[in-house]
Every structure is written in structure tokens, then in C-alpha cells.
Design a binder for this molecule. Structure first.
Ligand code: NAP
Length: 448
């Protein structure tokens, strides 16, 4: 899709003032491509530099994170928090620990998060944070010291009414616990609502761990229902083997799918009989080991393929749940050739623009991450609600809320796409529905 003439100068300005940030450029370009139809219908949305303001983070914080490793050596990492947009509520978005993290990646994630959070219909703004710290191979003590040092600076910028981080790649329950502990110590406040994704014993929510994966599957289920199709009996492939991938696999299995492949950054496993979820959880969540260890422990016909692309495995449902730009145009063509019917993004921006075009051209049901993986942040908002009311809900109650929220997001995207003359285009629907809610609120709050 091309960018409307009125919006081209906005993209040009974003590219020049955010040089060397290709992921951020990609995320902005994709949203601006959708907004042409909005400004054609409602030219006033282009007034008062509203779109320019949406593309500019409210605040970007970069800080030094010194810590001491197990051999007594001082290590230095860089920490980030980008507070992108607070028109709808406190900034909300995860923290990522991965060596690839830089300012551009955190900005792309914070930008996407703003629209995603708007789509949930809940009162949360958009933000994202992280560090180039590599947790792989680090001891528990090192992880704790790193998290404590990271929070020693971050605590000045967050709070239940200001900015509420959660987990993301490399940050799960253990890391959230260490960060929450340090926040509590520094502030001398039991402010449970400052972080989400907490453990169940100290203010976490039931179903938060499962929420992103489960939610993505609910979204795919809703898309299939528009064509009177079901998940039951279908072959699926899920990339990654972290939090999102594991609970995507779990819900797909509950709904009757057979998941024949999953991966990590070194390779993928392929098992025609279907992934053994109990063993996968043992390997990844308990032992914190590699997917190759799963293959070794499982034995039999399971194959571990070092390198290569998981998307070579024929499947009808593909759920990329690892990282950005992991599914290329070539992968998409292979999936289409092999008969894929639905693609749901558990990860943020895992499909390249070429891949998205290939799916849409082939009539494949395609759900962008900002809609499909919004169940995680939506359940984080439910965690904040429980913390604020000093309550805790059952798993069933929380999952029922999650399922209803995901159906709501699906319907909002579908109806918006239809009303803008592009039925079935979930990219357009998500971008426009998210944008309109943020833009209306920003307008109401004046030029701030
Ligand atoms: P995670 O638990 O750390 O798992 C990440 C998985 O992706 C791991 O299997 C990892 O393999 C793989 N991976 C990471 N970087 C990779 C790379 N460069 N190439 C190939 N594989 C890579 O993280 P997660 O929470 O599941 O997050 C996965 C995706 O979902 C991310 O895009 C995240 O932003 C998005 N997301 C997460 C949530 C949430 O609630 N957690 C919510 C919304 C969206 P290795 O172990 O080999 O690194």
C-alpha cells in the first residue's frame, strides 16, 4: 500500500529525525499506510500536528546499568524506557532483555504498544523498555543483581499512576519479582500496581502468564469463524518456545490442533505426532534449557533442525511468536504454497512487510500482533484492577474476561476495516481503530 500524499512529509520527518532506527521506521510506515483512508474521510485528523505528535515519544530515558558478575567483574549495560503516549492512561508496556535491544527497537515496540493498548478498550497508554543485557547463561544471582541495578534507576520514572512495566523477551516471572522487590525496597511502598506479570503469591493475576498466547489463539479462532472454519483438527506451527509460544501451543492443543513444530534462535523441532507440551515446559520453564535438549530427551522420530526456517514445515495455522521480522516474504510464499489458512502474530511485528503482502494477496487470514497479542497487556490491566481493589480473581473468571476482550478486539478490527471499505483487512482495521481512540483523546486533552 502507498502512503497518502498528505502523510508523506510526516514519514519523511520521522525518517530523518530518527536516523538508523529501521524497525521504528517500519512500524510508523505501516501505520501511516493505513491512515490515508482516515484523513481522506476525516481531514481534521491531520490538523494540529496530531499525527506528528503520535509519532513522537513523550519521553525517552537512557541510562547506565552497572552490575557485578559471579567472578567479581564489573559489567555495564544500557537501559531504556520509552514513554510513548499517555493520552489513555499511565504508560504500559513490557521490558525486554536481549543483546539486540537498542533505542530504535524500544521505540518501535512503544509505538505499536500505544495502538495495541488503545484496541483493548482499557485505560492504558503506551510504553516499552529494556536493556541490551543478555540473560542467556547467567546465574540466578547475576540475574538478580542485574534486575536490582536496572530498577535502581528505573524506579524514578515508574509508578502505578505513571508507568507500569511488565515482561517481554528475556523477562518473565523471576525477573519481574526481582525488579518488584527492588522497587519496594527503594520506595518503602507496597505499590503492587507498579509492575504486572507478578507471581501469584504477591499480587500477580491468574492467567497473566497464559494470556498473550491464549489471547492470540482466541483471535485466530474468531478470524476462522468469519469463514465458518475451526481450529479443531488443524496442523499448526508456532515459532519460539518462550512464554508466548508455550501458551499459544497449550491453547491450540486444547482446541484440538496438532502442533508439529516450534523453535528457538538456534533451530526448530519437528514432530509429526505433535509437540509434547509437558516436556517442552520442563525443558524451557524449569531447566531453562534449549529446544535441542527437548529433541534429545524426547528421542524417537522427533527431529531437531539446526538453523533453517520453521516456516518450511507445512501447516494450516502459523503463529510466529519469537521476535520481529522472523518471517520473511520467502517464508510467507512457502507457507501459502503449503496451504496455510490463518496466520496470527503472537510476537510483535514478526512478519516482514513483504510477508504481510504475500498473505493478504493470497487471501490468507492474517492477524497483526498489535491486535492478536493484545491479550497479554489486557490481562495486565486486569492485574492492575485487582491490585487497586486489593482483590484476586479466579483463573476461570480472568480467562473469561480475556476471551471476551479478544473477541471485542477482533470485532472492532473487522468492523473498522469494513467501514473503511476493506473487509477482512485486519491490519487496516487495527491501525485505524487504535489510532482513532488515541487521536480523539489527544485532541480532547489539548496541545500538551
Ligand atoms: P521469551 O519468553 O523470552 O521467548 C522468546 C522466544 O523467542 C525464545 O524461544 C527465543 O529463543 C526466541 N527468540 C528471541 N529472539 C530471537 C531471535 N532474534 N531469533 C529467533 N528467535 C528468537 O519472550 P516472549 O515473552 O515469549 O516474547 C516473544 C514475542 O512476543 C516478542 O516479540 C514479544 O515482544 C511478544 N509479546 C510478548 C508478550 C508477553 O506477554 N510476554 C506480550 C505481547 C507480545 P532463544 O531462547 O534462543 O533466544
Amino acid at each position: 500500500m502507498n502512503i497518502d500524499e498528505k502523510l508523506q512529509p510526516i514519514l519523511a520527518a520521522v525518517l530523518s529525525r530518527n536516523a538508523g532506527e529501521p524497525e521504528f521506521h517500519q512500524a510508523v510506515r505501516e501505520v501511516l499506510e493505513s491512515l490515508g483512508r482516515v484523513v481522506a474521510k476525516h481531514p481534521d485528523y491531520a490538523d494540529d500536528a496530531l499525527i506528528e505528535r503520535i509519532c513522537e515519544p513523550e519521553r525517552q530515558i537512557i541510562f547506565r546499568v552497572p552490575w557485578v558478575d559471579d567472578r567479581g567483574r564489573v559489567q555495564i549495560n544500557r537501559g531504556f524506557r520509552v514513554q510513548f503516549n499517555s493520552a489513555l492512561g499511565p504508560y504500559k508496556g513490557g521490558i525486554r532483555f536481549h543483546p539486540s535491544v537498542n533505542l530504535g527497537i524500544i521505540k518501535f515496540l512503544g509505538f505499536e504498544q500505544t495502538f495495541k493498548n488503545a484496541l483493548t478498550g482499557m485505560p492504558i497508554g503506551g510504553g516499552k523498555g529494556g536493556s541490551d543485557f543478555n540473560p542467556r547463561g547467567r546465574s540466578d544471582g547475576e540475574i538478580m543483581r542485574f534486575c536490582q541495578s536496572f530498577m535502581t534507576e528505573l524506579h524514578r520514572h515508574v509508578g502505578e499512576h505513571t508507568d507500569v512495566p511488565a515482561g517481554d523477551i528475556g523477562v518473565g516471572g523471576r525477573e519481574v519479582g526481582y525488579m518488584f522487590g527492588q522497587y519496594k525496597r527503594l520506595t518503602n511502598r507496597y505499590e503492587a500496581g507498579v509492575l504486572t506479570g507478578k507471581g501469584l503469591t504477591y499480587g500477580g493475576s491468574q492467567a497473566r502468564r497464559e494470556a498473550t498466547g491464549y489471547g492470540a489463539v482466541y483471535f485466530v479462532e474468531s478470524m476462522l469463524a468469519t469463514r465458518k472454519q475451526k481450529i479443531d483438527g488443524r496442523r499448526a506451527a508456532v515459532s519460539g518456545s518462550g512464554n508466548v509460544a508455550i501458551y499459544t501451543i497449550e491453547k491450540l492443543q486444547q482446541l484440538g490442533a496438532r502442533i508439529v513444530a516450534c523453535s528457538d534462535s538456534n533451530g526448530y523441532i519437528y514432530d509429526e505426532r505433535g509437540i509434547d507440551l509437558g516436556l517442552l515446559k520442563e525443558v524451557k520453564e524449569v531447566r531453562r534449557a534449549r529446544i535441542s535438549d527437548y529433541a534429545e530427551l524426547k528421542g524417537g522420530p522427533v527431529r531437531y533442525i539446526e538453523g533453517g526456517s520453521i516456516w518450511d514445515v507445512p501447516c494450516e495455522i502459523a503463529m510466529p511468536s519469537a521476535t520481529q521480522n522472523e518471517l520473511t516474504g520467502k517464508d510467507a510464499m512457502t507457507l501459502v504454497k503449503n496451504g496455510v489458512v490463518a496466520v496470527g502474530e503472537g510476537a510483535n511485528m514478526p512478519c516482514t512487510p513483504e510477508a504481510v503482502r504475500a498473505f493478504q494477496a493470497a487471501g490468507v487470514l492474517y492477524a497483526p500482533g498489535k491486535a492478536a497479542n493484545a491479550g497479554g497487556v489486557a490481562t495486565s490491566a486486569l492485574e492492575m484492577q485487582q491490585n487497586a481493589s486489593r482483590d484476586s480473581w479466579t483463573f476461570e473468571q480472568t480467562e473469561a474476561r480475556l476471551a471476551a476482550i479478544m473477541r471485542g478486539i477482533h470485532d472492532r478490527c473487522a468492523q473498522t476495516a469494513e467501514s473503511y471499505g476493506a473487509p477482512g483487512d485486519y491490519v487496516l482495521g487495527a491501525n485505524i481503530a487504535g489510532f482513532v481512540r488515541v487521536a480523539e483523546s489527544m485532541r480532547a486533552l489539548g496541545v500538551i
